[in-house]
Design a protein around this ligand. Structure first.
Ligand code: GDD
Ligand code: MG
Length: 368
């Protein structure tokens, strides 16, 4: 069984995290996002994986190589300009002979791929689309199905008055190779606006496979943070090798005896947590992070080598790699600091403030 993972998007909504790094390699609990997906595919005996790349392909290829380190075979196909979701699959058609999976590369889900395949075969579907319930369907593709499971309508990013169900396209498909014939070659073409509505309109057997297991698209910083919180608090069934519930500290860390580290905290290698600091979960520290004296961190995700000064307060925020936050700064919910940012001491960043990679804020900056 082969799978194509769509990993060519620019990840615009996840900026500044994706300014220098493609979305598939942003760390999730200190491991690149795609590593979790590859492990999951392998658990379902899908070991032949084709990565359809476009934006910043280099970091993905150099990290995963031929995939043997993960027990899979990886094939990379790089688009010179974005071909869209379906165009990207057409572009790798020479590697696809049999029934295959397609996965959006930014979804973390507990979907049972093996059961979905059995369903697809049982219904003799040409396309099966995994479905998941959400509160706000307008930011996804809405999929209407008959009681038989057959898809009757597919509307991408509908307005509220077009929403007839809360079941949306979960971004995992099973396709029969013959449907590739409907996709124009070397042309930007989408499953969502093109192929799916076309096949449904022609009465082809397109089925929806509903699942209420854990599902999230990490397309925005808020969702990125939510995935961390969910994984650490055990909301996903995906096993993260002892990384759920308790505290895990890797080797080489120095945690001062007066520092308090709560539950649901993961601390990467060689971190330092100074006197009187508090780290409350769910939080993740990448390797080599430094937390200053009396700093208070709550629900935060830090990438490697982030350094927070004395008395810093940071709540529910994301701090990317090699960032320095000066003494007594405060960062409120959903602040996102890109790589190599320097925040001068005593600065206050209000909710949702984003700081671009390499930016330096003067001491005492107040940004709301
Ligand atoms: N290779 C390649 N080329 N990949 C692409 C391209 C392209 O031109 N455009 C997008 N992708 C990849 C992205 O990297 C991502 O992994 C996936 O396709 C989906 O793109 P997003 O930009 O994340 O789309 P979305 O989240 O707004 O909507 C899609 O996903 C929803 C579920 O998360 C749609 O499929 C919706 O219908 C769906 O509900
Ligand atoms: Mg997405």
């Amino acid at each position: 069984m082969k799978a194509v993972i769509l990993v060519g998007g620019e990840g615009t909504r996840l900026r500044p995290l994706t300014c220098n790094m493609p979305k598939p390699v942003v760390p999730i609990v200190n491991r690149p996002f795609l590593e979790h997906t590859i492990d999951y595919l392998r658990q379902h005996h899908i070991e032949d994986i084709i990565l359809a790349l476009c934006y910043l392909p280099g970091p993905i290829q150099s990290y995963f190589g031929d995939g043997s380190g993960w027990g899979v075979r990886l094939t990379y196909v790089v688009e010179s300009s974005p071909l869209g979701t379906a165009g990207a699959v057409k572009n790798v058609a020479s590697h696809l002979e049999d029934t295959f999976f397609v996965l959006n590369g930014d979804v973390f889900a507990d979907l049972d791929l093996t059961a979905m395949l059995a369903y697809h075969r049982g219904e003799k579907a040409k396309v099966s689309i995994a479905l998941t319930p959400v509160d706000d369907p307008t930011i996804y593709g809405v999929v209407e199905t008959a009681t038989s499971g057959r898809v009757q309508r597919f509307v991408e990013k509908p307005s509220w008055d077009e929403v007839t169900t809360n079941m949306i396209n979960a971004g995992t498909y099973i396709l029969e190779p013959e449907v590739l014939e409907y996709i124009p070659a070397r042309t930007h073409y989408m499953f969502e606006h093109g192929l799916f509505p076309l096949l449904v309109g022609r009465g082809e057997p397109v089925y929806g496979y509903p699942s209420d297991s854990y599902w999230i698209d990490i397309g925005t910083p808020e969702k990125y943070l939510e995935l961390h919180h969910d994984l650490l608090s055990g909301r996903s069934a995906r096993s993260l090798a002892g990384q759920t519930g308790g505290t895990a500290t890797e080797e080489g860390c120095h945690i001062h005896p007066t520092a308090q580290v709560g539950r649901e905290v993961i601390i990467g290698r060689n971190c330092t947590i100074a006197r009187g600091a508090q780290v409350t979960g769910p939080s993740v520290l990448g390797q080599g992070c430094r937390i200053g004296e009396g700093a208070v961190l709550e629900g935060a995700v830090l990438w490697h080598n982030a350094s927070l000064g004395a008395g810093v307060r940071a709540r529910n925020c994301i701090i990317a790699a090699n960032t320095e936050v000066g003494d007594h700064c405060s960062l409120m919910d959903n602040c996102v600091l890109g790589d190599n940012v320097v925040i001068g001491e005593g600065s206050q960043l209000g909710r949702g403030i984003r700081v671009w990679p390499g930016e330096r804020l003067e001491p005492g900056t107040i940004s709301r």
